[in-house]
Design a protein. Structure first.
Length: 352
């Protein structure tokens, strides 16, 4: 087994590690009192994300408290539309609200903004650099972006928490127009992630949070193909930086997603049976996931028994322990401590 300093990075590259490296989606969040204290000082969420001092602080908070193997950049998947000139606000009780982009003129406007969009996100790269400088040497720093389908869903619908009818109609009835939007987002995402890596990100995660609403053929066109384009471009520029793909709700399309996108690791949501994943997904590819976040809120043996099932199912292959989605605000800190202690004590049977 590799003795490289960063165990999470080793696992993402397909190596077996003595214990299960771990981090949790939304590990920087409202369940932490120290996060709430910083957030109270920055009521505008977009400005909060683009404040390198505060964003770096909340990225580091869970590492200080729990010692995860990975820190994920604190930002938001909708910063790319913001950088492309789309009006974006986060409203209490509503979440993100955007000025919808639904026609050729709107797509032409965002296309014209692509060359300058990466530079408009300079505060994010400063956050990355600050976090990397402050992290322990053994901790992996994960940069991220939303995948084009998911980001386009927000841009067409104008908000989250919707039924996806507008974006699905656009993709089905006007596929060439929608492809133009996807192409813009692919180009902007490549530049954005390239700059995160240059600033110090060790690995990248692509979040396709709404991929589960698509049928098989649409999943291939709007999730797999754009992800492949992004991964291929990053591989040419940064061949040693692993990419995690998280196609939430991908279901039976996940083997094709794993095989055709070029990703190094596949993030799994809580609907995926760990034993099925172990059998159906490439054995050389790192798995990441997939404890139900609700169990983290419940804690106790319900949580630890489910975690033990994941550890047992993936014992013979590279994997990173995570949740199937993000930590929710109601999770007790003590439950996170309990899970982290369990994961630190776990070892493979053949570990020295």
């Amino acid at each position: 087994m590799s003795q490289t300093q960063r165990p999470l990075l080793c696992a993402l590259r397909g190596e077996l590690t003595a214990r299960a490296p771990f981090w949790f989606m939304r590990q920087a969040g409202r369940y932490l009192p120290e996060y709430r204290a910083v957030r109270a000082q920055a009521p505008d969420f977009v400005r909060f994300c683009l404040d390198p001092v505060r964003a770096a602080e909340v990225t580091l908070q869970p590492i200080r408290r729990f010692g995860m193997d990975g820190a994920i950049l604190f930002a938001d998947i909708l910063l790319i539309p913001h950088a492309l000139g789309v009006d974006l606000a986060f409203r209490e009780g509503e979440g993100p609200v955007l000025d919808p982009v639904t026609d050729a003129a709107g797509i032409a406007r965002i296309a014209a903004a692509v060359p300058a969009s990466a530079a408009r996100l300079d505060p994010v790269y400063e956050t990355v650099a600050r976090v990397r400088a402050a992290l322990p040497d053994e901790t992996t720093l994960i940069g991220f972006a939303g995948s084009p389908w998911t980001v386009a869903s927000y841009m067409v619908e104008g908000r989250g928490g919707h039924d996806f009818l507008a974006v699905r109609r656009m993709a089905l009835a006007q596929p060439m127009l929608f492809q133009a939007m996807i192409d813009v987002l692919v180009a902007a995402t490549i530049d954005y992630l390239d700059r995160q890596i240059a600033a110090g990100a060790d690995a990248i995660q692509l979040f396709d949070s709404w991929s589960g609403v698509l049928c098989a053929s649409e999943f291939a066109r709007w999730c797999i193909a754009p992800t492949h384009a992004i991964v291929s471009a990053l591989r040419r520029r940064h061949p040693h930086v692993p990419v995690i793909g998280f196609a939430r709700g991908g279901g039976t399309g996940l083997p094709r997603y794993a095989a055709e996108t070029g990703i190094d690791a596949i993030g799994l949501d809580s609907s995926v049976a760990p034993t099925w994943a172990a059998a159906a997904l490439p054995t050389t590819q790192c798995l990441q996931g997939n404890l139900d976040p609700l169990l983290l809120g419940i804690g106790g043996t319900a949580m630890t028994d489910a975690a033990a099932e994941i550890l047992a199912a993936w014992r013979a292959r590279p994997f990173v322990f995570n949740l199937g989605h993000g930590i929710t605000p109601d999770v007790p800190v003590a439950h996170v401590e309990q899970l982290c202690a369990m994961l630190r004590s776990w070892r493979r049977a053949d570990a020295s």
